[in-house]
Design a protein around this ligand. Structure first.
Ligand code: NAP
Length: 308
């Protein structure tokens, strides 16, 4: 891990991602000052209590004097926060974010930042279904990808500094264009979350299966959907509202595939189903081989807690 390239990091929003950044930064052992701000007094008090950072009473106060300000708020709050911190930013400071959608963040944030401040959007592809200042942990970004989406105008030296920041936190870093990022994430994250929300919603709607049966006999498939569908409602509402086109495109393709599978089931086309599931199994192997998930049975859950 390389040494930390920033001396004073400000975290706006003090939830899962920000608290994980704080823990991972401390783990580097580098002498980096961390200031922070969250909307509610309760979150600010809790962040101060557990020593996440020097907590300030406004976003602008937290950003004051920082050489890197990271916006760790839901997508829908990015623009308001950018407006708020703009007057406090020193020339030469860098602003970044951790939002799950990148094209809309560029539009929401960049126009409000003063001359001499660099904005480079970033997205650490790491998370859990938990939220808030207590949810973070230092290992969250270890070996996970963090995608940076600089524009053609971005100074490559600045992008390299942000790369160094994330690498020091344990992440692997790649760069891509914002719109491409949004399409990739629609496939790998956004559409799957919507499908999980739908499946859990369907089970809830099924009056023939009582709630207690759904919970009592919850097997691997449904149980894994419920974990994803427990993700933060505000964050995910904002993801779909800000990555509308890419998500709708992928959902269109999903619907076509679903119809093909539905037809194979109706016509008893076992060969088609078998070939399809063989192909998808290979994709799972690829993810495990790339070090992006465990190959332990049942995702490494303890023996005895496995699916029934
Ligand atoms: P979180 O745990 O819910 O934390 C969000 C934080 O933002 C809270 O501290 C909240 O303050 C604060 N906040 C909300 N509106 C604000 C405003 N207007 N001004 C200042 N603070 C505000 O969320 P998270 O999971 O860390 O997600 C943060 C960002 O990371 C989102 O943009 C999300 O898309 C992205 N992301 C999330 C994941 C994931 O798996 N969770 C993964 C990668 C990226 P209060 O507590 O006071 O409400």
């Amino acid at each position: 891990m390389s040494a930390q390239p920033f001396r004073h990091v400000a975290l706006i929003g003090l939830g899962l991602i920000a608290s994980s950044i704080s823990h991972a930064l401390r783990r580097t052992g580098d002498d980096v000052r961390i200031t922070g701000y969250a909307r509610s007094a309760a979150t600010r008090a809790r962040a101060a209590e557990i020593g996440l950072c020097e907590v300030r009473d406004s976003a602008a106060a937290a950003a004051e004097g920082a050489d890197l300000v990271i916006l760790c708020v839901p997508m829908g709050a990015m623009e308001a926060v950018a407006r708020e911190i703009a007057p406090a930013l020193a020339p030469g400071a860098m602003v970044s974010d951790v939002g799950s959608v990148k094209a809309s963040v560029l539009e929401a944030v960049a126009p409000h930042l003063p001359e001499g401040v660099t904005f480079i959007p970033a997205h650490p592809i790491a998370g859990t279904e938990h939220s808030g200042p207590d949810a973070g942990f230092a290992e969250l970004f270890d070996n996970r990808w963090c995608l940076l989406t600089p524009t053609p105008e971005t100074d490559p030296a600045e992008t390299a500094r942000l790369r160094g920041f994330w690498e020091a936190l344990g992440a692997r870093v790649d760069e891509m264009e914002a719109a491409h990022h949004d399409l990739v994430l629609a496939v790998t994250s956004h559409a799957p979350h919507l499908i999980a929300y739908t499946m859990v919603g369907v089970a809830d709607d099924l009056r023939r299966v009582t709630n207690s049966e759904v919970i009592q006999y919850s097997a691997a498939g449904f149980r894994d959907f419920t974990r994803i569908a427990a993700s933060d409602p505000t964050m995910w509402r904002d993801v779909f509202l800000t990555n509308k086109d890419a998500t709708l495109e992928i959902l269109g393709r999903f619907t076509e595939e679903l119809f093909a599978l539905q037809r194979a089931i109706r016509t008893g086309d076992g060969d088609m189903l078998h070939a399809y599931f063989t192909r998808t199994r290979a994709i799972r192997r690829g993810i495990v081989q790339a070090g992006q998930d465990t190959d332990a049975p049942d995702f490494g859950r303890h023996a005895g807690k496995g699916s029934r």
